[in-house]
Design a protein around this ligand. Structure first.
Ligand SMILES: [Zn+2]
Length: 588
């Protein structure tokens, strides 16, 4: 058995201290390593670079070691048990690595637990010691690692069957609020750290309904004893990462408040959708998963062309589950679906890169987006979700549904821990819906083609309406817009003027020479701010020109801009016949 002791005595320096014991190390020198990436977040992060001190000992004697590469250590041969001591710098305020200060602590195993080569399959025990630091006196620990001898506070020892299990249970530390609820007879917890005014009763009952709705869809509860939503509450942070019996979430504090009206606030719906999304991954990626991830190869990039399925389908279902559980109404569900349609279909990149390629290259494109991403890459979350919606409707026309396809894949692959390939998914589509649907979907996945939903939705009592997106932010909007021209650049208020965040290829802004990171100073001689720009957009017609002034590299530039008509790429579904909608009406 490999044993680790985790100490939190230096929150002021953001250090986790770890002692690791290997009872019978490899005779020719024990190799130790840390993963380079964490499952669910497809980017090389080289967690080992955060190890700032490292020492190996055997029976009181310090041993030498060599570095084999950026993530690997080799200790000189030892005859007795090895003791490794190391210190991890933990100041990554996300849910992908590790963090420690006076407010809270968070640790993924991929950041703090070195793997002992050759011992990955043996049990791994972790002892989490309560901190000697007075500021951390009231802290507790939350994790779904299996408790061995733990106190009520959660400090104590935990055990995992192997290294793979050890690193799939993140650990949250701090003054925690735990909200318990039961879904399908299985205990669940929402654990919060950070200042909040959470609507605890609403959260418990809404989350229980969402979880049960998912159990019903998949036909069973996954093989966990209990499930934790481990949540770091911040001012503006947002994100989630799925694990086998928990999820690590980050949310804005306002998103935990239901609000005072009858209907939930949109921010609250956003948080529930995030929970629903990560919970859906219990099946779709944690258990039903690409062959390429069995087992995970965490030393370098692990390529799969299937993320459009695992993230796109999950994104389509996250808010759909809220609607089907009766947690949100049709209007709230459609509003989210409209945003997805707009985000998935309007960017120039969505017809430049195929979904399969976007999935495959997630490591260097989706996860390392530059200012030109909007023109270059296809978003496998948003466009993948549109494809899931499209496929669901196509299946409904054949008296089936995407639910049926999910259950089929679960029964044949997920349940038996058999991995999928793109061909396996395509084959199941063909079996369920026939050759033409399969060929249609295959083309939409493997070629950079636009997904045409206009005609299809009309079979289901829906009509697709097109309007302009918000002219300043380029975000999807539910408000009608009346501007006569558009710039085609996303702008953000700056200290003086507006900062250009991104420029749509072929837009008026692009032809005028505006680029991301420029500061727009004036348009048509008027100081550039949001209200002034909106005024200008109302008073020109396409083809007319005006001057723009902007700063680049501390130089003032003046250019002529020729106005273009607004692109009608903000998509909105209008219900024309509610009795034809493809989704089950919730029983509330
Ligand atoms: Zn996801």
């Amino acid at each position: 058995m490999i044993q680790y002791t985790l100490r939190l005595d230096q929150p002021q320096h953001h250090y986790f201290d770890v002692t690791m014991q290997i009872p019978s190390p490899a005779k020719d020198g024990q190799i130790l390593y840390l993963p380079a990436w964490i499952p669910g977040s497809y980017m090389i992060r080289d967690f080992a670079k955060h190890i700032v001190e490292f020492e190996a000992r055997c029976e009181g004697k310090t041993l030498t070691y060599e570095r084999l590469d950026k993530s690997t250590w080799k200790i000189e041969p030892a005859t007795g048990p090895l003791v490794i001591q190391y210190r991890v710098y933990a100041f990554d305020a996300s849910i992908r690595a590790a963090y420690l200060d006076f407010n809270y602590g968070f640790a993924n195993g991929t950041s703090v637990f070195l793997a002992a080569k050759g011992f990955e399959q043996v049990p791994q025990q972790v002892s989490i010691e309560s901190s000697s630091h007075p500021s951390l006196a009231g802290w507790q620990v939350a994790t779904t690692l299996q408790g061995h001898t733990t106190k009520d506070t959660g400090f104590g020892s935990y055990i995992a069957a192997n290294y793979d299990e050890l690193i799939d249970h993140p650990i949250l530390f701090g003054e925690l609020t735990s909200i318990h609820f039961i879904a399908s007879n299985r205990p669940h917890r929402l654990v919060l750290v950070g200042k909040h005014y959470a609507s605890k009763e609403h959260l418990a009952s809404d989350l229980a309904r969402i979880c049960e709705e998912q159990h019903q869809l998949w036909g069973e509860v996954p093989d966990f004893k209990r499930y934790d939503f481990l949540t770091i509450v911040t001012q503006n942070g947002f994100g989630g990462l799925e694990h086998r019996s928990s999820t690590a979430l980050m949310c804005p504090r306002g998103s935990l408040e239901f609000g005072s009206g009858d209907l939930p606030r949109p921010e609250y719906v956003e948080f529930l959708s995030l929970c629903s999304h990560e919970y859906f991954h219990n099946w779709n990626i944690k258990r039903l998963k690409p062959q390429a991830f069995i087992p995970y190869q965490l030393g370098s990039e692990s390529y799969t062309p299937e993320l459009w399925w695992y993230e796109g389908v999950t994104s389509y279902y996250d808010v759909l589950m809220l609607y089907r559980a009766g947690v949100v109404n049709l209007e709230a569900f459609l509003s989210r679906l409209n945003q997805t349609l707009t985000r998935g279909l309007r960017e120039p990149g969505s017809t430049r890169q195929a979904l399969s390629e976007s999935s495959f290259l997630a490591w260097t494109t989706f996860y390392q987006q530059n200012e030109n991403a909007v023109n270059a890459i296809s978003n496998y979350y948003a466009k993948g979700a549109v494809l899931a919606f499209y496929l669901d409707l196509k299946l409904h026309l054949q008296h089936s549904s995407l639910d049926d396809l999910l259950r089929l894949l679960w029964e044949k692959y997920g349940k038996n821990s058999k991995g999928t390939t793109m061909n396996i998914i395509f084959n199941e589509i063909e079996k369920l819906a026939g050759k033409s649907v399969f060929q249609d979907i295959e083309a939409l996945v493997t070629q950079p083609t636009q997904i045409k939903v206009d005609e299809l939705v009309e079979h289901f009592g829906l009509k697709l309406q097109r309007s302009a997106t918000h002219p300043i932010t380029l975000q999807p909007t539910s408000e009608p817009r009346f501007e006569k021209v558009e710039l085609g650049a996303a702008l953000k208020e700056a200290h003086i003027g507006m900062e250009v965040q991104r420029v749509i290829e072929g837009s008026a802004a692009a032809f005028a020479g505006l680029s991301a990171k420029d500061t727009l100073i004036a348009i048509d001689g008027l100081q550039a701010n949001a209200s002034q720009i909106l005024r200008v957009l109302m008073n020109f017609t396409p083809g007319e020109t005006c001057t723009v002034h902007f700063m680049r590299d501390q130089r003032l530039l003046e250019r002529e801009l020729t106005w273009q008509a607004p692109r009608m790429d903000n998509l909105r579904l209008e219900v024309t016949n509610a009795s034809h909608l493809p989704w089950h009406t919730p029983q509330v």
